[in-house]
Design a protein around this ligand. Sequence first.
Ligand code: NAP
Length: 555
Amino acid sequence: MPDDPDRMPQLDVLVVGAGISGIHLLHRLRSLGFRVLVVEAGGDLGGTWYWNRYPGARCDVESLVYSYSWSDELQQSWHWTERYAPQPEILAYLEHVADRFDLRRDMRFSTRVTTAAWDEAASAWTVATDAGDELRCRFLIMATGCLSVPRLPEIDGLERFRGDVHPTALWPHQPVDFTGRRVAVVGTGSSGVQVVPEVAREAAELYVLQRTPAFSVPSWNGPLDPAVERDVKAHYAERRALARETAGGNPWHERPQSVFDATPEERQAEFEARYRVGGFFLHSAYNDLFTDPEANEIVSDFVRAKIRERVADPDTGEQLCPYDYPLATKRMCIDTGYYEAFNRPNVRLVDLRRTPIVEVTEHGIRLGGDAPQRLELDALILATGFDAMTGALQAVDLRGRDGRSLREKWAAGPRTYLGLAHAGFPNLFTITGPSSPSVLSNVMVSIEQHVELVATILCHLRDRGLTSIEPTAEAEDAWVEHHRALGDASLYPRANSWYMGANVPGKPRVLLPYVGGVGRYRRICERIVANDFAGFVLRGPHGRELAVVPAGAFA
Ligand code: NAP
């Protein structure tokens, strides 16, 4: 009964999530004339930047790059105060965007989507929320973020602890005062590396509980230089265009040179110069750093030497050096005073490989191993990561054609077409989904590309009176294989990282982000669109199916 008015969707598009993707989707699709609603679990918009309010939280991508490119007035008028924007400023920016473009009226907060089921007869999704809504939409877009389901550690006795427990990703909205307190931070990934120097300034005693050391390089953050701001704003269009063509989505060229074509002195000079610039600039020094283990070892050695230089006590410095995975196969950290924090008398590194946590007690943590001891604590900070990329998608009971669930389909790891679309799940899109460049890029660039692609698809369907789109199983299989082959040829599988799903017990060990780079990925998507949406089945009312163009090779 496809024409039953009760079953016609009241919305064209339901967007799940009011973070950077959801905000952009709402603006873009509404301006194209679609009826759009955004549903958000948080109490307000902002996504990552709404939840992660821990001291020191800031973006590792420079402010002038980590910002929307789709409104020149917006990018010209907004002023960032620092080279790397702190969380409150990014949140203020997103709030400003929502107000400036009148987006809040189509956002519903404190509402979590629980189930979504495809209704084949009506070519629509029926979506339920924990607020008791039943929403019907033609297109369902999951803009739920790659790092939005915090993972708390399974440590014996954690619930017994009488002090305060603060997961970095669920930080209170009021500042937490650690002055004079005894604090432990568990976890030394990007969040831990940012929170440590801040808490070190206040706490009486700070224990940093490290299981795996991070590779971190300085951000050299500071007030944004007005001359830089003027120059970037004068050349925004070219810079944005360049970022879209590179592998990492940043506005600088990646050098087409092997590290082995440079002399040791030349390499050292190149690494030094890039280290002085700071951040991810080091990544693109040579083109084989992430494909050749020996090349990677050279840059890893460089960063380890820098870590040792920054830490006064040689033993502590050595314990902070990572040796068991290639640089960047776990996300490299960008810090502001992380290693220097260990030079303070109130900060102590606890190497959990030597002295593992036995249990949390009412008053602290008991460590075992070769030097058993008790840490008396007032507060615990958990910087222990996320169920990345698939967690938020699998948290919703998503049912496609014939009631098949996405969880079932992904039992051995995610299978997608382009990370965006899903065989058996018509009209479902996942922004920066698994097997798209997403977290291996400046995610702003990847989000904007997915939003534009979805807008192109929706307009195409509407203009031709079509009602649904979904990839063929063959196209999806081919994409999964292409993604796997590139991943296997990279160094990423050598680390037990969240990129590999290795941080969540029982999660399939599959490389999640696409390693082909945003430029290449964009060209593949453009060819697919130009080639009559190759690999997709498009259907009209009453199930009429258009001829499918095979996906072909993804060169
Ligand atoms: P993460 O990189 O997954 O780090 C989690 C840390 O917790 C790791 O050091 C991990 O050790 C440790 N850990 C987990 N369970 C533990 C346990 N039971 N006992 C002891 N240690 C435990 O998480 P994250 O730091 O939140 O960062 C996640 C991602 O978010 C980053 O890679 C980045 O992409 C993004 N992020 C970005 C920014 C930014 O742009 N500035 C800031 C924060 C986060 P093992 O390594 O041994 O598992």
